[in-house]
Design a protein around this ligand. Structure first.
Ligand code: CP
Ligand code: NVA
Length: 303
């Protein structure tokens, strides 16, 4: 059974063709050419954390391909009363054709996938956000850039997004420079795996300027992720030198694009001016989540 628990569940060719298919579906559906490849299929979404983009884009994608969805916040399930994940996975697999899960521990995604007999897709865990990075890469490809040749900077927390960017560097072979404050590095195993297997350089620095010099793509994300709300105040102090603002952007290539998976905290990790500025691709990227999810669902559920 094919799952997307993390990006390295995909082979490089699979990741590339998902992006190509997403661009194609976007073109066809925008031209009004109907797609019914998921007619009769049902997708369940189990979300233990809030979501605007991931939830709605997965549901909309499923519906655009003729399928239907069932959204389940974790409190709606017997999981909330202690029913084991392995039982939930086996029962839901009898009703639906695929599961998207947004949760805390990556082990929840792993266990659901171990027991489900339908594809399980990670819609964000504390460790990874694989489909988000795929839609970011689709957005970069859409600007005409060659994904193997780009230089990508990551500024801020070594969080779930940073870990998925590391796995993307292995899949796509681009140079990745991460600037994270001490104590907030990406997952050490994910980092060393990326360093061992990526064909281009993977650099971890404390200096945001070093990371953005010559970069084509500048990424950032919230300083306190979902579940870390109590650390937010401390993090605001630690991360202050890591804000993506006009001064930092000047160090990058003038054509560099800026992305943030959103939701953003304006005035913290990114300034209003940069988020709303001409180099920002955040709205295109948010839209592309839907097209990328459509490609993912078609690939996993229409088999
Ligand atoms: N980017 C993203 O995953 O947003 P949501 O939390 O709104 O799904
Ligand atoms: N790192 C953020 C991403 C939100 C889409 C979080 O986990 O909250």
């Amino acid at each position: 059974m094919k799952h997307i628990r993390r990006l390295l569940d995909l082979e490089p060719e699979e990741a590339r063709s998902l992006i190509a298919e997403a661009l194609e579906l976007k073109k066809r559906l925008k031209a009004g050419i109907p797609q019914h490849s998921l007619a009769g299929k049902i997708l369940a979404l189990i979300f233990e954390k809030p979501s605007t983009r991931t939830r709605v884009s997965f549901e909309a994608a499923m519906m655009k391909l003729g399928g239907q969805t069932i959204f389940l916040s974790s409190r709606d399930l017997q999981l909330a009363r202690g029913e084991p994940l392995k039982d939930t996975a086996r029962v839901l697999s009898r009703y639906v054709d695929g599961l998207v899960v947004r949760t805390f521990g990556q082990e929840v995604v792993e266990e659901l996938a171990a027991y489900a007999s339908v594809p399980v897709i990670n819609g964000l865990s504390d460790k990874f956000h694989p489909c988000q990075v795929l839609s970011d890469l689709m957005t970069i490809a859409e600007t005409g850039r060659n994904l193997e040749k780009i230089k990508v900077a990551w500024i801020g927390d070594g969080n779930n997004m940073a870990n998925s960017w590391l796995e993307a560097a292995v899949l796509f072979g681009f140079e990745l420079r991460l600037a994270c404050p001490e104590g907030y590095d990406p997952d050490p195993e994910v980092l060393s795996q990326a360093r061992a297997h990526a064909s281009k350089r993977v650099i971890l620095t404390r200096d945001p300027v070093e990371a953005v010099k010559g970069a084509d793509v500048i990424n950032t994300d919230v300083w306190a992720s979902m579940g870390q709300e109590e650390e937010a105040e401390k993090r605001r102090e630690v991360f202050a030198p890591y804000q993506v603002n006009r001064k930092l952007l000047k160090q990058a290539s003038p054509e560099a694009i800026v992305r943030h998976c959103l939701p953003a905290h304006r005035g913290e990790e990114i300034t209003e001016e940069v988020l709303e500025g001409p180099q920002s691709v955040v709205w295109e990227q948010s839209e592309n989540k839907m097209w990328l999810h459509a490609a993912v669902l078609k690939y996993l559920l229409a088999r």
